[in-house]
Design a protein around this ligand. Structure first.
Ligand code: LLP
Length: 421
């Protein structure tokens, strides 16, 4: 596997080379996502070395670009897909069935049918389901293959209430019913695992909750020790530091705590299950930046409003979760002034930061927004009939476009009357 484990625990926005980013913005225009495949390899290697005996599965929803999936596959990880579309992408990237996991959350019939059709060729594929109703729908379709039961652990964690799945009734079968659901499922499926996910963006302060989740899953696995489970999947959610002052998560401490809490289950002499984890953000977040160009500078009494060509349609996280992303002008050395960076969409949520001290900028300057490799491009939309940005992958000295910039014609292409003037 490529990638080094002595790589730094986080790549900060300040670590990106201004000259290189300026050149990419000049060549490809803005808004532009830049993703560094070498950093993704480093993150994969760091995860595999922190969890040496675990099956590490990349949660593709964080960034499902083909080039990203291929990089993760080559680094030896498995993949966790949230939809039929992601399963299609994972197969295109070359993931074999036995490294492919589909997590069905209230799955549309269309998704189930498509995944089962793919599974005919990718027989090792595993389906994770979190409702008895979903098990019935799988059985109705003649499925009797590899199944993992998603459990609601009753413990949630994460950077925002909107991403704390662990205690939300939508996700997984209730903990106190899990044992019987798993036992009943063995008569219809090849039950290979149990799964729970606390939420996304767990930082050091929330590690107790992660531990609690792992302990509950360990107890469940122990009570199911007569069933030959292959793995206990304790989800993803490992946080990354968005703020420059925030320390990175101590991954080896998280791994050690995870192993400690699962020790009884994993040490079971009767064919102990393996540990599985499924991080998304941790693999790609600090491998990405978003470049955007200043088009308007407006002094106001409290703050300088800097209008840029990227908006919430390109990077939704600040609008949706009040998420903090570091921002800096490329080659900027002006004095800091309170700055509000706003996009081109007529909604007051369309701001990347408010009154943040940033070096003074001028029209046509470029800004870099950091830690956007996860849930950046992936949550982009066409709101306001805005084409989605381009994404360029850098790898050492090379760079290539991995997602073309869309045009307005691309956005209109799904409408039957686009030929009309
Ligand atoms: N496994 C399952 C079942 C999940 O639902 C998720 C994320 C993951 C793994 C990966 O979590 P991660 O390691 O990336 O934290 N859009 C939000 C994040 C939503 C995450 C949803 N599920 C954001 O931008 O913060």
């Amino acid at each position: 596997m490529s990638g080094t484990t002595d790589a730094p625990p986080v790549r900060r926005l300040a670590d990106w080379d201004d000259g290189r980013l300026t050149e990419l913005a000049r060549t490809h225009g803005t808004p532009l996502y830049v993703i560094d495949l070498a950093r993704i390899r480093e993150n994969c290697a760091r995860l595999r070395s922190a969890f040496p005996d675990a099956d590490v599965r990349y949660a593709a929803k964080a960034n499902a670009a083909g080039a990203v999936l291929e990089t993760v596959k080559d680094a030896g990880l498995g993949v966790e897909c949230a939809s039929a579309g992601e399963v299609v992408r994972a197969r295109r990237a070359g993931f074999p069935g036995d490294r492919l996991h589909y997590t069905a959350v209230n799955p549309p019939a269309r998704d189930l049918d498509r995944v089962l059709a793919i599974r005919a060729e990718a027989t090792g594929l595993t389906i994770t389901a979190g409702a008895v109703d979903t098990l019935d729908r799988l059985a109705e379709r003649g499925y009797d293959g590899r199944l993992c039961v998603r459990v609601n652990p009753g413990v949630g964690a994460g950077h925002h209430e909107k991403v704390r799945t662990g205690a939300d009734a939508t996700f997984g079968v209730p903990y106190d019913r899990a044992e019987s659901v798993v036992r009943e499922a063995t008569s219809r499926f090849d039950v290979v695992g149990i799964h729970a996910h606390a939420g996304s963006g767990i930082d050091a302060d929330q590690l107790d909750r992660h531990r609690e989740l792992v302990a509950r899953m360990g107890a469940l696995a122990t009570s199911l020790s007569d069933i030959d489970l292959e793995y206990v999947d304790v989800g993803g959610g490992f946080g990354v530091p968005y703020r420059e002052t925030e320390p990175p998560l101590d991954l080896s401490a998280v791994a050690a705590a995870t192993r400690r809490e699962l020790a009884d289950a994993l040490d079971d002499p009767k064919g102990a299950p393996n540990l599985a984890v499924e991080p998304g953000r941790y693999v790609v977040a600090d491998a990405g930046v978003l470049l955007t160009e200043v088009n308007t500078v407006k002094p106001t009494p409290g703050s300088t409003v800097v209008g840029v060509d990227a908006g919430m349609t390109d990077l939704l996280r600040p609008a949706m979760y009040d998420a903090y992303h570091p921002i800096r002008p490329l080659n900027g050395d002006g004095e800091d002034v309170p700055t509000t960076v706003a996009g081109p969409i007529c909604e007051s949520s369309d701001v990347f930061c408010t009154d943040r001290p940033l070096p003074r900028v001028e029209r046509d300057d470029r800004l870099a927004v950091g830690i956007v490799g996860a849930y950046g491009y992936e949550m982009a939309s066409h709101y306001n009939t805005r084409p989605r940005p381009a994404e360029v992958a850098v790898d050492g000295d090379t760079s290539r476009v991995i997602r073309e910039r869309e045009t307005i014609a691309d956005v209109l292409a799904t409408e039957p009357d686009t030929d009309r003037p």
